[in-house]
Design a protein around this ligand. Structure first.
Ligand code: GAP
Length: 519
């Protein structure tokens, strides 16, 4: 029996980041030039895992739903798109500069970090008490009665309320006053010499056209959703779609995030997987609940513990939504948004209709009338999903014989490499036989051939990239066409006939296994 090493959340997060680099999952972008902040590249294993995650999403949307079709729209769009969507006017973050360090911060995040410090102080009190009282410790009672913890809680609530009011009323002066009252200092200069708070648009702009005179300012899309809205009519007409129907797409989005930390959690270039579901007005709550349930089941099907996920209802709604929630995941740095589900009403289509002058309506044959459909959107960040899968799969284990291994328990259907082909020794015609086997099974799965080092070391390398199965070809294989199959998580080995290999692996690593759980 192996035993999981108990890593603290912080240790685990650091380990996931260095493992991602060491095994070719994620590299800092343009690393040889010291990197580009909050931009990352996916390596040989990472790009494969990312493809598999995208495919799981795409097939669950487009293949399993007869009324959902997929598109692939351009990153560049007509600039009026962003006027209609509200991004030019409302896609802002409140920023503040420190005059001494010249560093720029998101004002709301400075306050949130201050609240975080209050929380961690209170948590430390709780941990100290837990150690003192042992098994008889009642955390709930302690938090309700300990004067220092109670005071922290009161202070936290007071600050949260001021922050919420300032943000909701777009009161930038009140936000700055909160920072001053809390005596928040710049982490770099250590001073409280702050500028005013200003709104800063998150879209990247560039020029279209070669001559500066006729160049037109366009934006890198901050969400893929608008590519779907502007194609609503095209898809509805050419696909002969009937409401309710959905349009899905995956693709890059760009945001000039000011607070871009936590590895690939918040990036400046990232990938979204979005689906807009067009419905009859008045049915939005029914479909919103439907998609909440569908999406959480999709996450559960991957097999990670259900307690890692929770819904968070939005109190402050985005400019386009009338009801919205997030599916949050417990990352090593706490519960954070992984996916958003929004009821967007007819906000987008109506504004595109106004801006373009084109009628973006649906003729409902059952009601014998035309209307602008309402929309339920599901929107998940592929990179965040990747981080969730990596951090949940990463394990450091103590084995029975005293040795240790690092294993990525990635759901087999999503693993970058499904099967490794390993000749027991690199001689005696075993490599040749192994190559022959590899030639056949690579038609079915992503496989890796490895003949270097001891078989134990090679198993460890495969564990570290999450390969569910290793096939070992030995001298007996030459005699009777059988080989050993080793399973990653249990490390059990079984002797099977060569002709059984593809069927056995297929049975265990097929995406169909996940899709069946959500159909
Ligand atoms: N179309 C709706 C929309 O874009 P959002 O909540 O801003 O909504 C949707 O983004 C998802 O995109 C988020 O739940 C998150 O997973 C991902 N996402 C947003 N900003 C991101 C960033 N800077 N880096 C990585 N992922 C991001």
């Amino acid at each position: 029996m192996s035993k999981n090493k108990n890593l603290s959340a912080e240790e685990k997060f650091k380990a996931v980041i260095s493992h991602s680099k060491e095994y070719g999952f994620i590299f800092q972008s343009s690393e040889i030039y010291d990197g580009l902040s909050a931009v990352y590249d996916y390596g040989q294993c990472g790009s494969q895992l990312k493809n598999n995650l995208r495919e799981y999403w795409w097939r669950s949307m487009v293949q399993l739903n007869e009324n959902i079709v997929g598109i692939d729209s351009a990153v560049f769009m007509h600039p009026t798109t962003w006027k209609a969507s509200g991004h030019i006017d409302a896609f802002n973050d409140p920023l503040i500069d420190n005059k001494d360090s010249k560093k720029r911060y998101r004002a709301d995040v400075l306050v949130e970090e201050y609240i975080g410090k209050i929380e961690s102080k209170a948590d430390k009190e709780v941990e100290k008490a837990r150690k003192r009282f042992g098994d008889s410790f009642d955390e709930y009672l302690f938090r309700k009665t300990n004067p220092r913890v109670v005071e922290s809680e009161r202070k936290k609530e007071e600050i949260n309320l001021r922050l919420k009011n300032a943000l909701e009323q777009n009161d930038l002066a009140a936000l700055r006053q909160l920072i001053l009252d809390l005596e928040i200092v710049c982490p770099v200069s250590g001073t409280r010499n702050w500028t005013e708070v200003r709104q800063f648009n998150l879209m990247f702009s560039t020029q279209l056209g070669s001559l500066s005179d006729d160049a037109q300012t366009i934006y890198l899309r901050p969400e893929t959703a608008q590519g779907i809205f502007v194609n609503f009519l095209n898809v509805y007409k050419t696909g002969r779609m009937k409401i309710p129907f959905g349009i899905a797409q995956t693709g890059k989005a760009f945001r000039n995030e000011i607070v871009a930390r936590q590895f690939i959690f918040r990036m400046r270039e990232f990938e979204q997987m979005e689906m807009q579901f067009f419905i009859r007005p008045g049915t939005e709550i029914q479909w919103y609940n439907y998609w909440k349930e569908k999406r959480i089941q999709w996450h559960y099907a991957m097999g990670f513990s259900k307690i890692k996920y929770r819904f968070h209802d939005h109190i402050k709604l985005a400019h386009y939504a009338n009801v919205a929630c997030d599916i949050e995941f417990e990352f090593p740095f706490g519960f954070k948004e992984l996916e958003g589900i929004h009821s967007r009403t007819d906000f987008d289509l109506k504004n595109h209709e106004n801006q373009s002058g084109k009628r973006l309506q649906y003729f409902d044959p059952d009601m014998n009338e035309s209307y602008i459909p309402y929309v339920i959107e599901t929107s998940i960040g592929l990179d965040r999903l990747f981080l969730a899968v990596m951090s949940e799969s990463y394990c450091e284990e103590q084995l029975e014989d005293g040795s240790e291994r690092t294993v990525l328990r990635i759901p087999p259907a999503l693993a970058p490499v499904k099967c490794a082909v390993l000749p027991l020794v690199n001689k005696d015609a075993l490599p040749e036989k192994s190559r022959e086997i590899m030639k056949n099974i690579k038609l079915d799965f992503d496989c890796m051939f490895d003949a270097k080092d001891s078989i134990g070391k090679r198993y460890r390398r495969q564990d570290a990239i999450g390969t569910p199965y290793c096939l070992t070809i030995d001298h007996q294989t030459l005699e009777d066409n059988t080989l050993t199959i080793r399973e990653r998580d249990s490390m059990t080995q079984e002797r099977i006939a060569l002709e059984e290999v593809s069927r056995i692996i297929e049975d265990r690593v097929s995406l169909k296994k996940l899709l069946k759980l959500i159909i």
